[in-house]
Design a binder for this molecule. Structure first.
Ligand SMILES: [Zn+2]
Length: 152
């Protein structure tokens, strides 16, 4: 399980917009609460896994761009900015998907719930009720399957 920061001021700053109290930031979990329920931990664990998947993808992308730049002799210190790709890819994806769904549904709560990252996290947050050997967890691009599910 990822690192969890309790009574977090960072969580207070980042969750002021909605009545949420917990947020996953860059692979760690920040919460205003003193404790987190198992359900909340499992929810956030899915987001951590999703973040790691997109971080790795972003890293591969950044390295690819780096090689192309070297090949075309256009390298420089600006290339250190490529690190922003793995660090922020998850949030860019999350934000763009939220905006697209907001336009589709014109309903902020529905748009949020329909983000594939959230669909998967809400689907898997009750897995703690099962015995360990039967638990499903997010892995790699498992959130992709929610793009194939028909919207109800
Ligand atoms: Zn969530």
């Amino acid at each position: 399980m990822a690192k969890i920061f309790y009574n977090s001021k960072i969580a207070r700053i980042f969750t002021f917009l909605k009545d949420f109290k917990t947020i996953m930031l860059f692979g760690a979990v920040f919460t205003e609460e003193k404790e987190l329920s198992d359900r909340a931990k499992f929810h956030e664990a899915s987001h951590v896994e999703q973040y790691q998947t997109l971080f790795t993808t972003g890293l591969a992308l950044a390295v690819g761009i780096m090689f192309i730049c070297f090949a075309f002799d256009c390298y420089g210190w600006w290339m250190s900015a490529l690190i922003a790709i793995p660090v922020f890819l998850y949030y860019a994806w999350y934000g763009i998907e939220y905006l697209v769904r907001l336009i589709m549904y014109r309903d902020a709560d529905k748009a949020y719930r329909r983000i594939t990252f959230e669909q998967e996290a809400y689907d898997l947050e009750n897995e703690y009720l099962k015995p360990c050997s039967e638990r499903l967890t997010a892995s790699s691009f498992s959130f992709f399957k929610y793009y194939r599910k028909r919207d109800a």
